[in-house]
Design a protein around this ligand. Structure first.
Ligand code: ADP
Length: 610
């Protein structure tokens, strides 16, 4: 009997949840794992949900917060992230607020009053803010229905972003025995998942692990070769759209941003060395779409929820595959086709090694394993979607993803790689392993450089062996041999030396894969999925985008808080002529229809009558 009653209460809860999904968010249905995650929060069963970026984790707790009585507390690591989420909720008419250390006493009092009055559904806080004893005591008096712990991998020191203050969240079970706890993250291995459940003292949690694949992302991992031109080419494939360019060092960030600006691209730099005001201004300009491109170190992004980042370029290798998944994952959160380009060279591994050596050397071996796995993935010639998903322990069941440089045939694997490798390795040996890559390339391609003539290296048997291939291909192959471990770069001068496996390769006792960029041009839309744009009036889309930018600036909120790209494309495709027709568009809820419907409809009408 009790069970039946519970079941029926839960199914009522799910009905309410689905109703809210339609009316408040304007979406038709929950995604498969989302429905289970929502049901567990409504039922008050602890849970641990691993869904990739863009998988829709926020709704898993935002909707139950409205369904359940009492206050839901969302623990989130970054103030900017909280602010954006709260802005987005308020735009949808949801009773949400945040408390953080930058607020005035008066602002805090207003929030506290609405908590006392039972008027709030959702409260966003940082872990350290929540754990202040006075705050905890105050919240114990409120009716807290559940805690949602966002970025829950920060709880575990096995994860890639451990934060000690997250550990302290273990007190929650004790202090709030009636509240359920729900942990959410985009990346957590089985070990990290166990650790999260243990640290947060979850009771019989429902554990759901989503599919790690991001089918809307097209991955390209070409060797770096005239990097700036490559970066500019990606940006030109997405005119007027938002993109992120990641660089390893601050200096490279500054140089790249300046070079892009000089080519007329609207780009700004972002790194931890800039003062707070400048950083906030650059980030703000990016999310309000006043600039197109942000060039940044990995310091940028943790707090960014921007759903319509159309491309992410890495100007060098990220330090691990986990980091790559997270950083590239910032593209296409709205599910629309987006591009991720990783430019890499053998030198990146050395750069990271130097950075690791300056930091916590206790983890040096583990860090080197991570960067080597990343390097292997870059130089591999296996479907990128498959390689990434398999790294995270899942199977990829499609033969051809049609969304990576390998499957799109953009990589040209050279036929007789061993012979080419032998030519390079024997040149290194003939140069007595005393020269760097630049000089070796010159010898192999038959340069008449004065130093070569002076040292008599034009008489070596390997002089000019790769003349017909050219310097840039030769350089790329040397990088590939370095990243595959056949060559090492040694000492301050980065001189090339053969490794044991390099010597084996010289004797043809090992195999090697070398590639060059294919002649096939990179297209702006990958094959098969360009229908994201089919039927969209591009002129109208741009007009609506400008309107969105204006509305966002007036309200001081991120542009996507007004409407996401998918909604704008649908509006520019369907061109609704009245409120009812506009209500049918996915992602348009009642509150937004009321706030923005008339102004978008009149913009559409104006376009039609031109
Ligand atoms: P995550 O936090 O997992 O990275 P978000 O919660 O930001 O993902 O959701 C990503 C995007 O997907 C958002 O634009 C969101 O509004 C949209 N979304 C979430 N759930 C659904 C759904 N059931 N149907 C359609 N769109 C959805």
């Amino acid at each position: 009997m009790t069970t039946d009653m519970t079941n029926s209460a839960e199914s009522d809860g799910m009905q309410t949840a689905t109703h809210l999904l339609r009316t408040v968010w304007g979406y038709d249905a929950f995604r498969p794992l989302q429905a289970d995650a929502v049901a567990s929060v409504i039922a008050g069963r602890d849970s641990l949900i691993v869904l990739p970026t863009g998988g829709g984790k926020s709704l898993c707790y935002q909707i139950p917060a409205m369904v359940r009585d009492g206050l839901a507390i969302v623990v989130s690591p970054l103030i900017s992230l909280m602010k954006d989420q709260v802005d987005a909720l308020l735009a949808n008419g949801v009773a949400a607020a945040l408390i953080n250390s930058t607020q005035s006493d008066e602002e805090k009092r207003v929030v506290a009053d609405s908590i006392r009055a039972g008027k709030l559904d959702l409260l966003y806080m940082s872990p350290e803010g929540l754990l202040v004893p006075r705050t905890l005591a105050f919240l114990q008096q409120a009716r807290v229905s559940f805690f949602a712990i966002d970025e829950a991998h920060c709880v575990s020191n096995w994860g890639h972003d451990f934060r000690p203050e997250y550990r302290e969240l273990s007190v929650l079970k004790d202090r709030f025995p009636d509240a359920s706890i729900h942990a959410f993250t985009a990346t957590a291995s089985a070990r990290v998942r166990r650790d999260i459940a243990q640290q947060l003292e979850l009771e019989d949690p429902l554990v759901l692990v989503g599919d790690f694949d991001r089918p809307n992302l097209t991955y390209r991992m070409p060797a770096a070769d005239r990097k700036l031109d490559q970066i500019r080419a990606v940006i030109r494939r997405h005119p007027g759209s938002s993109g992120i360019v990641y660089c390893i060092s601050r200096r490279e960030v500054e140089q790249t941003a300046a070079a892009l600006q000089a080519s007329g691209i609207s780009a700004e730099a972002y790194h931890a060395g800039l003062d707070d005001a400048t950083r906030t201004a650059q980030q703000d300009a990016f999310i309000k779409e006043q600039i197109d491109v942000i060039v940044a170190t990995v310091a940028f992004g943790m707090g960014i929820d921007k759903s319509n980042v159309r491309y992410v370029v890495h100007a060098g290798m990220p330090k691990s595959i986990e980091h790559y998944q997270q950083e590239s994952g910032r593209a296409g959160r709205d599910g629309l086709a987006s591009e991720c380009v990783l430019l890499h060279s053998g030198g990146d591994v050395m750069t990271w090694k130097r950075i690791f050596e300056l930091g916590d050397t206790a983890n040096l071996d583990a860090s080197m394993r991570s960067i080597n796995a990343m390097a292997e993935l870059c130089r591999g010639v296996r479907c990128r979607h498959a390689a990434l998903v398999e790294y995270f322990g899942q199977e990829y069941d499609s033969e051809n993803c049609n969304a990576c440089d390998v499957c799109l045939n953009e990589i040209d694997i050279i036929d007789d790689a061993v012979t080419v490798a032998q030519k390079i390795l024997s040149c290194v040996v003939r140069l007595k392993e005393r020269f760097g890559a630049g000089y070796t390339v010159k010898v192999l391609t038959g340069s008449r450089d004065a130093r070569i003539l002076e040292l008599g290296h034009d008489h070596l048997s390997t002089y000019g062996l790769l003349q017909t291939e050219g310097a840039s291909a030769t350089r790329m192959w040397i990088d590939q041999l370095v990243s595959q471990g056949f060559l090492n770069r040694v000492g301050d001068y980065q001189t090339l030396q053969l490794s044991d496996s390099g010597r084996k390769l010289m004797r043809r006792e090992a195999s090697v894969t070398l590639s060059r960029p294919a002649k096939r041009p990179t297209t702006s839309d990958r094959d098969g999925t360009s229908d994201d744009w089919s039927g969209v009036d591009r002129g109208l889309f741009e007009q609506l985008r400008a309107l969105r930018r204006q509305l966002a600036a007036d309200r001081d909120v991120p542009a996507y808080v007004i409407f996401g790209d998918a909604v704008l494309r649908d509006l520019a495709r369907v061109q609704p002529s009245n409120m009812n027709a506009m209500r049918q568009i996915k992602g348009v809820g009642e509150k937004k229809l009321e706030s923005f419907g008339p102004i978008f409809l009149s913009s559409i009408q104006e376009h039609a009558s031109r």
